[in-house]
Ligand binder design. Structure first.
Ligand SMILES: [Zn+2]
Length: 266
């Protein structure tokens, strides 16, 4: 019964998100699959965390859209999330929900899920709000000043936004993990979220595939063609390591840090 309700809820939300333009066709199908598994197998606490991430990040993507227009081409994809982006943020959560569903409903899998959601939420918040920074970002590796929207660039506002995104998931999670250990849960979820988000920036500055448009003389994540139509060529990073894989790695780092600390300290 819970599984049926979970999938119905996922279909309802995917259709709504598709109609307002937050999801593409393929993104809506991927959202039904991952959302249905998370809602149906994890139940209410898992649903609340996924929805907190989905609703706040969709809203932030649409906010300040005028100021973001000039930056939009830098990112590999626009506001409509496709299946790759949905799975990058949600596939790990769906796998953890499957694991948790199998008795004895291991507590560390719930913490891993909360850490993964905190990481993708922190990363989305920092990306969406970091571009509003008036001070240009600095590369996480060398501290060199880079153009706004450059992969691996971090700002004070973006880092603060990452912290806020992780805190919100942490608070939503501890409402459902009441008991003596809630301060520990809250702390390690926030830490997992921040570490995941920083790991995302580190990968963006080092191994993520970054391309060059010879017509616009600009770095871009877009491949094989730029928004202007010119073919792009790789300037750094591993060719197979695209933005979706970076986001998946971000969620994995959040899950490992939070669940690892939980197993160590609880
Ligand atoms: Zn171009």
């Amino acid at each position: 019964m819970q599984i049926l309700i979970g999938f119905l809820l996922a279909i309802l939300i995917a259709v709504l998100a598709w109609r307002v333009g937050s999801l593409s066709n393929s993104g809506a199908w991927a959202a039904v699959l991952t959302g249905g598994l998370v809602f149906g197998l994890g139940g209410l606490p898992w649903a609340i965390l996924l929805l907190t991430f989905f609703i706040t990040s969709s809203a932030l993507s649409r906010a300040f859209s005028k100021r973001k227009v000039s930056l939009a081409e830098k990112f590999s994809k626009g506001g409509r999330r496709d299946w790759g982006q949905v799975l990058a943020n949600g596939a790990l959560g769906a796998m953890l929900a499957i694991g948790y569903f199998i008795p004895p409903h291991r507590e560390w899998l719930w913490l891993a899920f909360a850490g993964a959601m905190a990481a993708v939420n922190a990363d989305t918040w920092s990306t969406e709000l970091g571009v509003l920074s008036l001070i240009p970002p600095r590369l996480i590796t060398t501290g060199q000043k880079v153009e706004r929207g450059t992969s691996g660039g971090i700002t004070f506002i973006g880092t603060l936004a990452a912290f806020g995104g992780a805190v919100l998931i942490g608070i939503a999670a501890v409402i459902f993990t009441a008991g003596r250990e809630w301060p520990l849960s809250l702390g390690i979820i926030i830490l997992g979220g921040l570490m995941g988000s920083l790991f995302d920036s580190l990968l963006g500055a080092t191994v993520q595939a970054i391309y060059w448009c010879p017509t616009c003389n600009k770095e871009t994540e877009r491949h094989p063609t730029h928004t202007c139509g010119s073919p792009t060529s790789r300037v750094r990073g591993w060719s197979w390591f695209n933005n979706d894989m970076v986001n998946f790695a971000c969620s994995l780092m959040g899950a490992i840090v939070t669940a690892g600390l939980w197993l160590l300290l609880s």
